[in-house]
Design a protein around this ligand. Structure first.
Ligand SMILES: [Zn+2]
Length: 513
């Protein structure tokens, strides 16, 4: 019998804890809308106790989504649970997700509580959350390193107190698949009331086993998988949504489980996450890497031409990659653009559409075919980042073999224009120096990389920068037909993310689960 696995996406909460991957509230909202379109069952939108900005972002998402459940994370305290509820109370289907650590090492060194005290705290938190909503998830942090019988006792008490989902996290990425599956089976057979709750797992990829552990747990009876798009998350990241979903999709014959994910939106969602977080996807990443469907070897190609099934276990169309893309060109009108953007998930106001249309026409003059990736870049830069402090208005650079590289830049800073010119070792260095001078910032450039957004020599260049300032870390991304402009946009985007972090200091830096 094929069982359904609930997909709980935590890209916006655990994923955002990747170093430098902070998103502004407009970007989070856009991503949440995309996750709903992808068919995610539960979207963990944030940790509202962390900052006012996070509470506000979760609240906006809760107000917008219609179908998906919206969860907010809370430690096992009234303060956190109140903040979480404040953020999700207006959602169509709200969920409060509360947690406390259950391993002896966490009890002794972090919580300084004994086992009985932790059970009491868990029960009180779940009971209190249940007075606010009937949909309560409880997680036992560091569950994979907790004593099995104690874990059963905590889960039994949490379910008795009203938890409707109980989650077993491998917080530190320590588990091995067979062992983790055995733990899931043990919990199912030794927790008397386990049938009254959904059993969930949440894995980290420190040993590269997050997907394997999650699938092993599903085979052992777990019915919710906590995942992120592209596997982003702290350290080595979380379980990848696309890997779990496509494994169940491709090997449902063996795994006897399925999800409600609309797989054709996997690739566009992966692109969007990469774009808004600034985190690139490695080329050989399973499912969504640039090489995942590239069959280079001649013998493979020959086989594939005769019958794709010779070497392809998945069709690229299944994840939304298609050879024949719907493209727009310079003669496409406003109406075609609007309807195409709507298909991509953007409902724009007339003013926003005018702005995107102008940028689209500019690009179509330089580039023959404008594809989805190009439109995503235009909307991400033009619409989602409008709350930004710094905006690039104008850039002019001179460079070559006989001149000193120089840049003149005009920025819009909090609504006011500011301009200046400066030199550098090259045109990009000159642009960055001038932007730093204008913004009065002193960030350090840790990394700079350029890639092509699509194929072809007229492809837009996509630049990623990694900046740090006073211990804060931010990634910035920019795309343009001209790579010097793309670099300047990426730098300005990174500076905006640093500003966002300065303005929204985390009250609680870690909610590791
Ligand atoms: Zn986690």
């Amino acid at each position: 019998m094929t069982e359904r696995v609930i997909i709980f996406d935590t890209t916006l909460r655990d994923g955002e804890q990747s170093p430098g991957a902070s998103m502004n509230s407009a970007e989070k909202l856009r991503l949440a809308v995309q996750l709903e379109k992808l068919g995610v069952d539960v979207i963990e939108a944030g940790f509202p106790a962390a900052s006012d900005g996070d509470l506000e972002a979760v609240s906006q998402i809760a107000g917008r989504l219609k179908r998906a459940e919206v969860a907010a994370l809370a430690r096992a305290t009234r303060h956190d649970i109140d903040r979480a509820w404040k953020a999700v109370q207006h959602a169509a289907s709200p969920r409060i997700h509360t947690f406390i650590a259950t391993s002896d090492i966490h009890l002794q060194y972090k919580l300084k509580m004994n086992r009985d005290e932790v059970v009491r705290a868990a029960v009180e938190a779940v009971r209190y959350a249940r007075t606010l909503t009937p949909n309560v998830e409880f997680s036992a942090e560091d569950g994979s390193r907790s004593d099995r019988d104690y874990l059963c006792r905590v889960f039994e008490a949490a379910i008795e107190a009203g938890a409707t989902t109980v989650n077993l996290p491998d917080t530190v990425g320590y588990a091995i698949p067979q062992e983790f599956a055995e733990r899931v089976r043990y919990l199912r057979s030794h927790t008397p009331n386990i049938g009254k709750a959904v059993l969930s797992v949440h894995c980290h990829n420190d040993l590269g086993l997050a997907t394997s552990n999650t699938l092993a747990a599903v085979q052992a009876g777990a019915r919710q998988a906590e995942v992120t798009i592209n596997g982003i998350g702290e350290r080595a990241g979380n379980t990848s949504l696309e890997e779990v979903v496509m494994a169940l999709h491709t090997r449902g014959d063996y795994l006897s489980a399925k999800t409600s994910i609309r797989t054709e939106f996997i690739h566009p969602t992966s692109r969007l996450v990469s774009m808004v977080t600034g985190m690139l996807v490695q080329a050989n990443k399973a499912i969504v890497g640039a090489n995942a469907f590239a069959h280079e070897a001649g013998i493979h190609q020959d086989g594939i031409l005769k019958n794709p099934m010779t070497y392809e276990i998945m069709r690229p169309e299944t994840i939304g990659l298609s050879a024949t893309k719907l493209v727009l060109g310079k003669h496409s009108g406003r109406h075609a653009l609007r309807s195409h953007l709507k298909d991509l998930g953007y409902d724009l106001s007339d003013d926003e559409l005018n702005l995107v249309f102008t940028k689209f026409k500019e690009l179509a003059d330089k580039k023959k075919h404008v594809v989805d990736e190009d439109l995503e870049a235009i909307v991400t830069e033009g619409i989602l980042r409008t709350a930004d402090v710094f905006k690039l208005d104008y850039l002019h650079v001179t460079a070559g073999t006989t001149v000193l590289p120089m840049a003149s830049v005009r920025l819009n800073i909090n609504g006011r224009p500011a301009q200046d010119a400066g030199y550098g070792n090259g045109p990009i260095d000159a642009a960055f120096n001038t932007i730093a001078k204008l913004t009065g910032t002193a960030s350090e450039l840790l990394r700079f990389s350029v890639s092509a957004l699509t194929g072809g020599t007229d492809a837009m260049g996509e630049v990623t920068v990694r900046l740090s300032e006073n211990g804060l870390l931010a990634l910035g991304k920019g795309a343009d037909a001209d790579i010097i402009t793309a670099s300047a946009k990426a730098y300005v985007n990174g500076l905006n993310r640093l500003e966002y972090l300065k303005r929204n200091p985390l009250e609680e830096s870690s909610a590791s689960l």
